[in-house]
Design a protein around this ligand. Structure first.
Ligand code: NAD
Length: 482
């Protein structure tokens, strides 16, 4: 296939950059993508505008529900080929890629059902009038996502945006457009009016910039790095465009004194190294009660060597390669930095020579002010710090500019809940980690973002609220005296 752009219900050859896509496990080129030009990104927005203004998509919720359900069925049917494609493009282990596709199907079905059940809220006012609170679609939405969960993070935006009646222009990461292109092929087989869904693969500049600054885009929903998010926020502010930002994190896992040691080590390894640590909510900062610290470190170092790193197409693989050579270099530079900052580094588990693989890295003897504690590394690198009491644990946990997620492990749930109530993070897991629930909100405090995805909050991010107040009789205003 050479046509990688889907606009106004048709496939087009990109007139922008040509980009080879590299399989990070083999370093082989798998496709060459012809990306959108600036003009084509503009045309995609124009197609979405026309569909929003002229099709029955915005006004016909039954049509939307049916189209989203059909898409979910087709995606479920093709789960294996989507998972294979995701693994080949990202290097993520096949079992995780399969979960991503299943979660994407569930997300489509969840928002179809939410719209099906949705009724405007009616309020009888004390003065006898009636108010209706109506959620309306915002308009044309530009959806921009990163490379770590290419289809799933896209679906967290596509499903609620379309369910609410918006039209969309979707830009996947330039590194991982494959499942987005496959999805557009399925959308082409469902009853979406032309221009409701448009796909423009390409880089942040020119494609992402064109979408964000286009005057006909009403809402930008972005997932990616905090610096990119701040830049996009500034651009949107010029026209007061609606904007949601799902950004980076440096999430703490707090292990209280009474936590079971074996379970704590397992959640630490899963929280820090799942998806090669390339997860926005990865528990990259481990805070352990000082009484457990020595025994915890011994077990953590020894168990980490048992992680199976290798060919991501094999079901037994737990960690695949990082996304790209450039990203591997960035993560390695942080490992060097940690040593220069005076931390003790331990690496576990052997890895293949070919491909962008990295063994998990554990830093001990770290201080809160070190850059490896403060900055998002976005790879299989964790820091471990002991704490004396809960006050210190909470101060350390909240002591970065991020606030995306956190975990608390304890046999005493009420103690864990007390700690959770004082953590500044959008998602907190007590005695587990990582699971996103489609029914519940996801997003960040502080510099981890603005707004929430998933659940009813995720739908609200794609609606404008209209209040219509009605007096049944047209009586006189009765304001000035006659
Ligand atoms: P990135 O910010 O470099 O890129 C993300 C997306 O934005 C890509 O599609 C990119 O092409 C596009 N982009 C880049 N510059 C742009 C611009 N000026 N205008 C418009 N679009 C632009 O991030 P990345 O390296 O792809 O992803 C890693 C980051 O994503 C990490 O910081 C991670 O924490 C974050 N992330 C957050 C969540 C969340 O839910 N909060 C989920 C996954 C990843």
């Amino acid at each position: 296939m050479t046509n990688h752009l889907y606009m106004n219900g048709n496939w087009h050859e990109g007139e922008g950059n040509e980009r080879p896509l590299i399989n990070p496990a083999t370093e082989e080129t798998i496709y060459t993508i012809k990306e959108a030009s600036r003009e084509q990104a503009t045309s995609a927005v124009d197609a979405a505008r026309k569909a929003f203004d002229q099709s029955d998509w915005t006004t016909n919720p039954v049509k939307r529900v049916n189209a989203l359900r059909k898409l979910a069925d087709l995606l479920e049917r093709d789960e294996k080929s989507f998972a294979d494609a995701e693994t080949e493009n990202t290097g993520k282990p096949i079992l995780e890629a399969t979960l991503d596709i299943g979660d994407s199907v569930a997300c489509l079905r969840y928002y179809a059902e939410l719209i099906e059940k949705k009724e405007p809220e009616t309020i009888q006012m004390p003065d006898g009038t009636t108010s209706k609170i109506i959620d309306e679609p915002i308009g044309v939405c530009a959806l921009i996502v990163p490379w770590n969960f290419p289809l799933l993070l896209g679906m967290w935006k596509i499903a609620p945006a379309l369910a609410a009646g918006n039209t969309v222009v979707f830009k996947p990461s330039e590194l991982t457009p494959v499942t987005a292109i496959k999805l557009a092929h399925l959308i082409d087989q469902c009853d979406f009016p032309p221009g409701v869904f448009n796909l423009v693969p390409g880089a942040g500049d020119p494609v992402g910039e064109t979408l964000v600054t286009h005057p006909e885009v009403d809402k930008v929903s972005f997932t990616g790095g905090s610096e990119t998010g701040k830049h996009i926020n500034q651009q949107c502010a010029r026209d007061l465009k609606r904007v949601s930002l799902e950004l980076g994190g440096k999430s703490p896992l707090v292990i209280l004194k009474d936590a079971d040691l074996d379970a704590a080590v397992e959640w630490t390894i899963f929280g820090g190294f799942f998806n090669q640590g390339e997860v926005c909510v990865a528990s990259s900062r481990i805070l352990v009660h000082e009484d457990l610290y020595e025994a915890f470190i011994d077990k953590l170092l020894s168990d980490t060597t048992r992680i199976t790193i290798g060919d991501p197409t094999r079901e037994e693989t737990e960690m695949g390669p990082l996304i790209s050579r450039d990203h591997l270099k960035k993560v390695e530079s942080y490992i060097e930095l940690g040593s220069q900052e005076g931390a003790t580094v331990s690496a576990g588990s052997s890895r293949p020579d070919n491909g962008f693989y990295l063994s998990p890295v554990i830093f001990t003897n770290v201080h809160q002010s070190m850059r490896i504690v403060q900055e998002e590394i976005f790879g299989p690198v964790i820091t471990v710090q002991p704490f004396r009491d809960q006050e210190e644990a909470i101060a350390l946990a909240n002591g970065t500019k991020y606030g995306l997620a956190a975990g608390v492990l304890s046999n005493d749930v009420s103690e864990a809940e007390k700690v959770a109530s004082r953590l500044k993070a959008g998602t907190i897991w007590i005695n587990s980690y990582h699971t996103p629930y489609v029914e519940a909100p996801w997003g960040g405090y502080k510099q981890s973002g603005i707004g929430r995805e998933l659940g009813p909050h995720g739908l609200a991010g794609f609606t404008e609220v209209k209040h219509v107040n009605t007096s049944v009789q047209l009586a006189k205003a009765d304001w000035y005296t006659h």
